[in-house]
Write a protein that binds this ligand. Structure first.
Ligand code: PLP
Length: 465
């Protein structure tokens, strides 16, 4: 954990003693190798990417094909280095290629990679999750999408009801009934829903504005006895970071209980990321309530495809083979993936969260200062160590507010950062992620690039700003 201790003293006091990558004299980066790979990719893969937000459709330009990553840095096929502010969209809390995680994975790989039989790392990872979060039982799956899909099936099976309530702008993976008014790539590309999802599947989904207690009360008053569950991001991060207002999650939990519905807290993004105990560590653990079901992914997989759902023992007891609700997976609880997740969580101490939180504070403060200096309307919102920057006046309380962020301003901002070796999410609707490997040099590279990006945004927004 060297970077954690090394970086502690330095940020605010010292100016960059190292070669500043951002000072490239305005010479554009070479992207020939990425462009060539992108052309080949497009010939064999829709849009050239295996997940839509990786494309640069919303910001324009050539997506960078990454050859390797170490610590806080990505290296693309042209040899350009970037400070990574995506961290694989959340998972890489310890930075890339963490030596202890790599060593544990290599040991696990040498023992064979999948047996289709239970293993010790699964038990240990489940124990770690139960120890840190409000869940009593856990079932592993391979993606966050599977986790929310399974949680909803279980909620329906447990309650014998069909209706699911969600919030506009919350993304829960590409699960048919949850794609109604979702965030993430759907917000980025202004896709209101998606073809291929039958109306019968979204008919049973009721979508409400986030942070709106009256809307929740009304929908439960009207449909309470048909609602199987309410699912929400524990703190939305897929429309940018829109924190729950004080007591909102507690109110949701209480409303669900009152009406015999389950409260499903989606912590795929926030789990082991917003804090050591996820978003729940910031509200439920303090206020003394628990969700009925929780979904996890991202950080708990340590960069491998592993995710989970868990919750109350009596509810989880309805899952096969203990109960009648069927759910399964060939690679669920894969020994290499669970070893990576377990090693990551064991290394993710309070010290790691303190470090990530401090690094995030420096970056978000510098971003706000740069945008203010450039005269750009903005608001920076955060929950725990997660934050995002909206190019619109705040506060941003729900998806309608988030939608006012300037797409043109963000595209200019994004490319100015990229030219200065900072890799932001290629979408205005995503959180920015740091890691315990973001040391002085990485953070200073971001801080130095921000004023240029803010001026680029101001120019692109013209009269708007
Ligand atoms: C990323 C995400 C998912 C989906 O996880 P995948 O592993 O991409 O399927 C679900 N819910 C939330 C809140 C997420 O951020």
């Amino acid at each position: 954990m060297k970077p954690v201790t090394r970086a502690r003293s330095a940020w605010r006091t010292r100016r960059a003693p190292f070669r500043c990558l951002g000072d490239n004299g305005g010479v554009p980066l070479d992207t020939a190798a990425s462009a060539e790979l992108f052309a080949r990719a497009r010939a064999v893969t829709p849009g050239g990417v295996n997940s839509p937000v990786r494309a640069f459709n919303a910001v324009g330009g050539t997506p960078r094909f990454i050859r390797s990553a170490a610590g806080a840095w990505l290296t693309d096929h042209d040899g350009n280095e970037y400070v990574d502010l995506i961290c694989s969209w959340g998972p890489m809390l310890l930075g890339h290629a963490h030596p202890e995680v790599m060593a544990a994975v290599q040991t696990a790989v040498a023992r064979g990679t999948s047996y289709g039989a239970p293993t010790e790392p699964e038990v240990e990872l489940a124990e770690e999750i139960v120890a840190r979060t409000p869940v009593e039982r856990v079932r592993f799956v391979s993606s966050g999408t599977e986790a929310t899909m399974s949680a909803i099936r279980l909620a329906r099976g447990f309650t014998g009801r069909d209706v699911v309530v969600k919030f506009a702008g919350c993304y829960h993976g590409h699960v048919d009934p949850l794609l109604a008014s979702a965030g993430s790539g759907l917000a980025t590309f202004a896709v209101p829903g998606t073809p291929g999802v039958p109306a019968s599947s979204t008919e049973l989904t009721l979508v409400l504005p986030y942070n709106d207690r009256t809307a929740v009360e009304q929908v439960f008053a009207e449909h309470g006895d048909r609602i199987a569950c309410l699912i929400t991001e524990a703190a939305p991060g897929n429309m940018g970071v829109v924190p729950p207002e004080a007591g909102f999650n507690a109110f949701l939990a209480e409303t669900c209980t009152k009406h015999g519905a389950l409260f499903v807290s989606d912590e795929v993004m926030t789990g082991f990321r917003a804090s050591r105990q996820g978003q729940w560590g910031l509200d439920g653990a303090v206020e003394g309530w628990r969700p009925d079901l929780v979904t996890f992914g991202k950080v708990m997989g340590g960069g491998f495809p592993a995710a989970a759902f868990g919750g109350r023992a009596d509810v989880m007891g309805h899952l096969a083979p203990e109960g009648p609700v069927y759910q399964a997976g060939t690679l669920s609880g894969n020994p290499v993936a669970t070893t990576a997740g377990l090693t990551t969580l064991r290394l993710a101490t309070e010290e790691v969260y303190d470090h990530v939180g401090r690094a995030a504070d420096v970056v978000k403060t510098a971003a706000a200062e740069a945008l203010t200096a450039a005269g750009v309307s903005h608001t920076v919102q955060s929950t725990g160590t997660m934050f995002s920057v909206f190019l619109t006046e705040g506060p941003v309380r729900d998806f309608d507010d988030a939608s006012r962020t300037s797409a043109a301003g963000y595209a200019a901002f994004f490319h100015a950062m990229l030219e200065r070796h900072v890799y932001l999410p290629p979408s205005a609707y995503e959180a920015w992620f740091l890691s315990s490997a973001h040391d002085d040099r990485a953070v200073q590279t971001v801080v130095d690039a921000l004023p240029h990006a803010a001026r680029a945004a101001a120019a692109a927004m013209g009269g708007e700003a």
